[in-house]
Design a binder for this molecule. Sequence first.
Ligand SMILES: O=C(O)CCC(=O)C(=O)O
Ligand SMILES: [Fe+2]
Length: 367
Amino acid sequence: MAPNGPANGLSDASSSFLLHHPSTPTDPSPSHDYQQHHTHMDSSHGPVAQDQILTHAELPVIDLKLLSHADEAEIQKLLMAVKEWGFFQVANHDVPCKLFSEIEEQASHVFALPFEAKTRAEPAAGSFHGYLTKSLGEDGKMLQLSEALRLPLNPQHRSDMIMKFWPEGNEAFSFVVEEYIAAVEPVLLQLLRSLALGLGLDPLQFTHNLSNDANFSALRMNIYTASSQPSPTLGLVAHSDASLLTILHQSCVDGLQIRKDDKWIAITPQVGFFVVNVGDMLQVMSNDIFPSVVHRVIKNNNKCRSSVAYLKVPHPQFIVRPMPQLVSHQQPSQYSPFTAEEYYTSMSTHRLIDGKSNLDRFRISRT
Ligand SMILES: O=C(O)CCC(=O)C(=O)O
Ligand SMILES: [Fe+2]
């Protein structure tokens, strides 16, 4: 098992007002010695409280081809969607449907491996990458509810990790993952350029600091087995992502919910569309114009759900701060500058937090 001391592996800042009444763990892990993926402010796990307001909604759909032609109307549509929802869908991208089925298939192979093979790849101390399984924190709070694999974007580190699952290597897995990353990266870059343009910034403002080597930059594969419980069961606790943007492919099984206006909103998967959300880094850099919205996953009662999230963050020495062009007398800077590393460390140290996740630690108080 991973030799973790204090929680050292939070990939995503969390937050939130999730469940009103934390319940007792229904599925305790074999050990609490594990790597944490999200920081959770609540101790929720297991069955989800029934008294939450839930609605369904369709997220705005953004045409990536139009964005790539700098279509002004589409950029404005993107801006509106991001300000209003922090989430949107992306259509008309160049990632072939075949690659979605291939990455889903390869993910299913890794999760089907024997438990010992998977746990060989549990994150090392100080790393956020590796295999995460159901586990409790030292304090008994549920920190990981389903299985996930965080693959490094750095090719050498990724190849080392793949060897932990398959000591002889696995060409098909490596090839598909590489192809998938190569196909999704341009989607991320195009969206970040369009968002910068929409804000009147240099189009490269959000992209030049990204690093494949950062501990939080990852391709995260998630699998949520069907729930056998009659009541809704949490698959992934409420959290916000640390990334600038997260590009999510979800299988055709629903479960993703986002928090908006004190309601949980279920997002119905649409074949071939990405779901994209703003992460904490972009909320800071946009000086709160773009919200990093809390989301969670509820397990499906009949079907197994899977998803693949592409998350990219700045290199650790990068100074994260609101862009000066977005700071004014009317909208003063909402955050003190910090290094990306300080943010990651803070996420690792403060496991159980309240309020809006880790971001509040860097927010300038004006009371
Ligand atoms: O499985 C999903 O739909 C959400 C995954 C997610 O939020 C994450 O990996 O950060
Ligand atoms: Fe997430």
